[in-house]
Ligand binder design. Structure first.
Ligand code: PGA
Ligand code: ZN
Length: 428
């Protein structure tokens, strides 16, 4: 081996469980010199139809969600193809896997199988070079993204009647990631007390995003509680708000209407509802998936009518450069949600993020609702100098993992570290 170009000596994958008790893949990539990288694959609930294919067994185990077939593809197809390849050539490794799969959405081998190996290879390369992953992925990574912390969960992430999926705080006024983390946790604690007093103990149960899932009905009720918790904790000047409407599952294709905040709405009424929310809560600076993924005109109307607000493409763009090109060309969004498993390789996810940044679309890195203790996304966020990171609430080690990795990176970077703060949208 060349000193800096160790080759892959083995790849092993295992079925593990995520934070919801659902199976997912853990892969290890081994290299010459005895190095190893490990990665776990995240998984969503509100998945858009443009995402890479998540290969599941469909048999009696785990309600059909087993990943034995995907793991067999890793061992039988990806491993033989990647053995003896240089581990530090991430783009080539990812390209080889995409070629081997041969389908537009990775449906032959599984986006989950390919991503597991892609991320584990990146970790192995960083280990072999004795570098932190964010440094290996980019020489220039130094920005700690504003954590967009989902403290109230609704939609598919909660057993309540809130239609919108996520109500989040963004601590833009904090000076550092450490202080931003403290703010999020203190507000979370205050919110718990408020919920208990107003709605009883049951209202402090958790949703799938590590925030509370209280028995609220409307976005206003959720925003009022969130704002009250922020004010009561003493951070009114430091916090702005982000929503994920996750409108695609709220849309009834046959009727052509959305179920939102207690009633059915036409697309025009949905657009008006977004405008009303921003009018009533001017500190809402970001709205994700306000409109279903195929209505580009509807998206454009939201972008045009809410200047200064990030209109974030998630299901719309699925971290896919082609979808992104379409959406940006149509003026249908102005910020990209970047989820690595929507596209299925580290290279393609970073390409999508950089494409967005080149088109002055800020990048919001994002976890999925299904996560493990893996903290790789924080490193990718820093490597991209992303301005925002949608991180969930601070409940559970699956959510804590990314907060804690950010804290570690901030400490490691020392004076070079820059917390995105109020520049979260200017880092494109
Ligand atoms: P998901 O939700 O991970 O369940 O898809 C996150 C999101 O919609 O942003
Ligand atoms: Zn979303």
């Amino acid at each position: 081996m060349g000193v800096n170009t160790p080759t892959i000596t083995d790849i092993k994958a295992l079925e593990i469980i995520d934070n919801r008790g659902r199976p997912t893949i853990r892969a290890r990539v081994y290299t010459e010199g005895g190095y190893c990288g490990r990665a776990d694959v995240p998984c969503g609930s509100s998945t858009g139809s443009y995402e890479a294919f998540d290969l599941r067994d469909g048999d009696s185990r785990y309600s059909g969600r087993g990943v034995h077939r995907a793991i067999a593809n890793i061992h039988d197809v990806l491993r033989p193809a990647l053995l003896d390849e240089e581990v530090t050539n991430q783009r080539r490794l990812d390209h080889l896997m995409v070629e081997l799969d041969g389908t537009p959405n990775k449906s032959r081998l599984g986006g989950n199988a390919i991503l597991a190996v892609s991320m584990a290879a990146a970790q192995a390369a960083a280990a072999a070079l004795d570098m932190p992953l964010y440094r290996y992925l980019s020489g220039d990574g130094h920005v700690l993204a504003v954590p967009q912390a989902c403290l109230i969960n609704g939609g598919l992430h909660a057993g309540n009647d809130l239609d919108a999926q996520e109500f989040c705080v963004m601590p833009v006024g904090s000076p550092t990631m450490a202080e931003a983390t403290r703010l999020v946790c203190e507000v979370f604690d205050t919110l718990k007390g408020l919920l208990e007093n107003r709605h009883g103990k049951l209202s402090t149960n958790f949703g799938e995003d590590g925030g509370f899932a209280p028995p609220l009905r409307t976005s206003r009720e959720a925003m009022d509680l969130l704002c009250e918790a922020v004010e009561k904790t003493g951070y009114a000047k430091d916090v702005v708000y982000g929503l994920d409407i996750a409108a695609t599952p709220l849309y009834d294709v046959a009727a052509g209407t959305y179920r939102f905040d207690g009633r059915q709405r036409t697309p025009d009424e949905m657009i008006a509802a977004m405008q009303d929310l921003v009018r009533e809560y001017p500190l809402i600076v970001s709205i994700e998936d306000p409109i279903q993924q195929d209505d580009l005109n509807g998206w454009k109307a939201v972008v045009d009518s809410l200047p200064g607000v990030l209109i974030v493409g998630d299901d719309l763009t699925a971290t896919n450069v082609e979808r992104l090109r379409l959406a940006i060309g149509a003026g249908a969004m102005n910020a990209l949600l970047c989820k690595v498993n929507q596209i299925g390789t580290v290279t393609e996810a970073m390409d999508a993020a950089r494409f967005a940044q080149r088109h002055t679309c800020p990048v919001v890195m994002s976890v999925r609702s299904g996560e493990t203790e893996d903290d790789i996304l924080s490193d990718i966020s820093v490597a991209l100098n992303a301005g925002v990171f949608k991180i969930g609430g601070p409940h559970g080690s699956d959510r804590g993992a990314n907060f804690n990795r950010f804290l570690e990176i901030e400490a490691e970077l020392g004076p070079v570290a820059r917390y995105a703060g109020r520049d979260y949208a200017r880092l494109a």
